[in-house]
Design a protein around this ligand. Structure first.
Ligand code: PRP
Ligand code: MG
Length: 183
């Protein structure tokens, strides 16, 4: 494991019972206050993805908007925000995903990504993988190739999932989503 991982992991504050009882909230705002941890986080992803001909970094609202742009700038890609519904003014496509209670939705400007572009999806955290899978579907609908999904945190409770299959990367902080299984 890369020696920088420890400092990154210990900069993340875990808040029990937030925002509701039983949830162990992973608070990345403390990582952002720690310049070394923030820089190391971005650097690890940049080292992994530079030189891979990735032209799109798609960040998931809201916390994927924090980690995505510095990675995009460093690897020479454009940044495409994947937003919650009714926030984008242009022509959009939408993908719903299932939450613990109810559903949510992500939208993307259709003209932002061209057929055949190589894309990286960025978010802060993977739990069930439902959010990332919706992001993958958006990109694939416009003909992009999703190279990988990069997340800072993978909830330790999540094993090889019913809804997500994947493999651990060299940093143990990224997971390649291969396919969303039928639920
Ligand atoms: C959290 C987190 C991921 C998602 C992961 O976002 O930032 O985006 O949940 O969950 P999943 O793997 O089970 O889909 P949230 O929906 O709380 O919104 P926010 O990032 O806008 O705060
Ligand atoms: Mg989120």
């Amino acid at each position: 494991e890369d020696p920088r991982i420890h400092g990154i992991a210990s900069s993340i504050r875990v808040v029990p019972n937030f925002p509701k009882p039983g949830i162990m909230f992973q608070d990345i705002t403390t990582l952002l206050l720690d310049h070394k941890a923030f820089k190391n986080t971005v650097d690890l992803f940049v080292e992994r993805y530079k030189g891979q001909n990735i032209s799109v970094v798609a960040g998931i609202e809201a916390r994927g908007f924090i980690f995505g742009p510095p990675i995009a700038l460093a690897i020479g890609a454009k940044f495409v925000p994947l937003r919650k519904p009714r926030k984008l003014p242009g022509k959009v496509i939408s993908e719903k995903y299932v939450l613990e209670y109810g559903t949510d939705c992500l939208e993307m400007h259709v003209e932002a990504v061209k057929f055949g572009e190589r894309a990286l999806v960025v978010d802060d955290l993977i739990a069930t993988g439902g959010t990332l899978c919706a992001a993958i579907r958006l990109l694939e609908r416009v003909g992009a190739e999703v190279v990988e999904c990069a997340c800072v945190i993978e909830l330790p409770e999540l094993k090889e999932g019913e809804r997500v299959t994947g493999r651990q990367s060299a940093t143990s902080r990224e997971r390649k989503i291969e396919r969303e299984k039928e639920t």
